[in-house]
Ligand binder design. Structure first.
Ligand code: GLU
Length: 446
């Protein structure tokens, strides 16, 4: 760690005691910034990096709601408005029992860099709740979303803060949240939320965007080594929105997906994962992935609580959640001959795992670059809402593809400029940082 940056990290650790994921995210970025501050000392002036590590605003609120048994339930809601130098705060909402302030801060911090990398006018934010949607009825989900929005609406606006989905928040939840926002404000302000349904202002290709984008990014990385997805075996952890559309695009590119998972365990299917079946189980029935072998038959096995990274593959795409791939998993993947790892989730690899991949010469795409396609397409949704327009699937997907290629090239070029060719972590952190830092300097001390 650079000697100018170490005291900044020490202060972040002191001031945000116990928020381990936030510490991890900040440490990883500051470890990359040494070469920039050495070359451009002005970036370390005016406490710019200290300001970048301190959210502009942190909102915590009570979410009371009534369950189906007429019992009152209390959850905690969060919105961390991290940085608005480049545009309105932008980032998803996560509903999961693991959510706490530290998790939302790490996600908001990552989002700030990710959004900068897209080149689009969006700042960084994140929110959510420790509400557990699992096993809740549709009516309960609606009541929870309405109560959550009844507090959050006052902090939002198409020019202020624009949430979207994340773990536990998909099209259904965005619909209920948007309905309540519209009701309270009496404004049909479509650009205040993204990930909306197509009938009320959503964008085509937004549902697919994070997964498709991650695969576009990995395809660009593979091309630097003169190869592609065709005929390669891939493992995709998770089976939610990101994982499903990651698998879909891998299949379109001629790859074979051999395993996917959920928090209970993983499924291996020798004949290749049947994506329609996964969609049916997860998107329609809202069941566990353990149902898969029962419906698929002999080629598939479910391994309860197993590590999906034990399954041999050439391409690994962790698309479930933070710190789901540790050093031991990374060593196993390297031993099994992995050539590329693309993070569909936010910070799924531990710092040790990242180091192991890099030392082994594995192509490694960090989440803040590889999974930026989701938020980029959210920004395209905002553009369509602002112009009261709606583009075709093809046009939207083409724009997404261009954005992902640009992000890939800017990470690769930046890594090269700073003397670490092929280091996408360094490239993403520096390229994202420079864009936010330039805007922050221009806007003065605010
Ligand atoms: N939750 C997604 C992410 O981590 C998407 C955010 C958005 O579309 O605003 O980037």
């Amino acid at each position: 760690m650079d000697e100018k940056l170490q005291p900044i990290l020490d202060e972040v650790l002191r001031r945000n005691a116990g928020e381990e994921e936030f510490h991890q995210a900040v440490r990883e970025v500051l470890e990359s910034l040494g070469p920039v501050v050495a070359r451009h000392p002005a970036y370390a002036d005016g406490a710019l990096i200290e300001r970048l590590c301190e959210p502009e605003r942190q909102i915590i609120f009570r979410v009371p709601w009534v369950d189906d048994h007429a019992q009152v339930q209390i959850n905690r809601g969060f919105r961390v408005q991290f940085n608005s130098a480049l545009g309105p705060y932008k980032g998803g909402l996560r509903f999961h029992p693991s959510v706490n302030l530290g998790i939302i801060k790490f996600l908001g911090f990552e989002q700030t860099f990710k959004n900068a990398l897209t080149g689009l006018p969006i700042g960084g934010g994140k929110g959510g709740s420790d509400f557990n949607p699992r096993g809740r009825s549709d009516a309960e989900i609606m009541r929870f979303c309405q109560s959550f929005m009844t507090e959050m609406y006052r902090h939002l606006g198409e020019y202020t803060d624009v949430p979207a989905g994340d773990i536990g928040v998909g099209g259904r939840e965005i619909g209920y949240l948007f309905g309540q926002y519209k009701r309270i404000t009496n404004r049909y302000e479509a650009g205040v939320l993204t990930g909306k349904g197509l009938v009320y202002g959503g964008s085509r290709a937004r549902t697919e965007a994070t997964g498709f984008g991650a695969v576009f990014f990995v395809r660009q990385m593979l091309a630097t080594r003169g190869t592609d997805f065709d005929g390669k075996h891939a493992t995709v952890s998770g089976s939610g929105n990101v994982a499903i559309y990651t698998m879909e695009k891998i299949l379109q590119f001629g790859g074979k997906v051999v395993a996917c998972s959920d928090s209970g365990g993983y499924v291996v299917d020798e004949s290749g994962i049947d994506l329609d079946l996964v969609k049916q189980i997860k998107e329609i029935r809202r069941e566990r992935i353990s149902e898969y072998p029962r419906l698929k038959g002999a080629s598939a096995h479910y391994i309860e609580k197993g590590r999906i990274w034990d399954v041999p593959c050439e391409i690994a795409m962790p698309s479930a959640t933070q710190n789901e791939l540790n050093g031991k998993d990374a060593r196993q993947l390297v031993q099994n001959g992995v050539i590329a790892v693309g993070e569909g989730a936010n910070m799924p690899s531990t710092p040790e795992a990242v180091r192991i991949f890099q030392e082994a010469g594995v192509l490694f795409a960090p989440g803040k670059a590889a999974n930026a396609g989701g938020v980029a397409t959210s920004a395209l949704e905002m553009q369509q809402n602002a112009s009261r327009d709606s583009w075709s699937f093809r046009e939207t997907e083409e724009r997404l593809e261009r954005i992902m290629c640009n992000i890939h090239d800017s990470c690769a070029d930046t890594a090269e400029q700073y003397g670490s060719p092929g280091n996408y972590v360094l490239g993403a952190n520096i390229a994202g940082f420079v864009r936010v830092a330039e805007a922050m300097r221009a806007l003065g001390l605010i």
